[in-house]
Design a protein around this ligand. Sequence first.
Ligand SMILES: [Zn+2]
Length: 326
Amino acid sequence: MTASARPAPTAPVCRACGSPDLVLRGKKSGEFIRTEFAFHRCRACELLFVEPFSGFEIYNDAYYRGAGPDPFVDYETEYRDYRRTDRALEFADLARLAEAHLVASAPSSPAPLAWLDFGCGAGGFLKFLRERATFAGRPLALTGHDVGSYAELLRSTDGFRILDFAAITREPSAQFDVISLIEVIEHLPEPAATIALVSRLLKPGGLLLLTTGNLDSPVARRHGIHYRYCAPEIHVSLFNPRCLARLYAAHGLTPLPVRYDGTVVFKVVKSLRHRPVLRAVARLALHFPPFVRLVDHLYGVSAMPCAVKPGRADGPTPSPGRPVLH
Ligand SMILES: [Zn+2]
């Protein structure tokens, strides 16, 4: 051996539970980074994850314009006026779920409602929430977490409290009544660390609103790793409902069943952003609840649970097996 000899590559372990018991599901090249990415599935917790992780450098201005691996991203329009995007459908749906939870769990609390939007991006959800004078009868205290040029704008121009990586890890425990993590966790190479942090930051009885793709849905199962959502440069940690529930439980959170409406509609119209005629037809069809439920089944949107932090809020804490939050 010489000093220049390379160390043997270490075998990957699961990024959610640490298990070395993995199955290689296949490899495919990225659209922008012409590397062969491997998709590993964990036999212990069912996480599907991508190796190698290509880093956060891909989240640049081109990405934010929709010129990167996700053509449906449009931070520019969302930052200027989220109402000109379809995201308001999703925001209203998430607010409805949170309100139902809060009214049921702390009906008479006069305290300000502390809400953290983790991965707040262009800030559309923060602005949507700020426009409401009160939420579940309580004044709102909003915080965002993200890094990059839009996080800086939201802090300096829009006056939001925005925490960067260092600041959020210094935040005291049990600070927030609600934490939203909307289409964020699939981008993170260390999802367990984020769920542990979120669990620490939630107050007892607090709500985690989390959305991410469902790799167990009929559409995803049909396409395997060639499902469009399996974009290896950006979506590096991919879940099914059981895997997500295990991750919650491993970090002291209780899975909470939900039923989405506007979030389902948003996912469809967003994917048709560049096909205006189909998009108009879809928007019309999605006024019919049976069609929404069909799409929900095909993409498994409502099958992905949210979570609550066990413990006493100002009232009874929801427990597993309670009626679906809708
Ligand atoms: Zn695992």
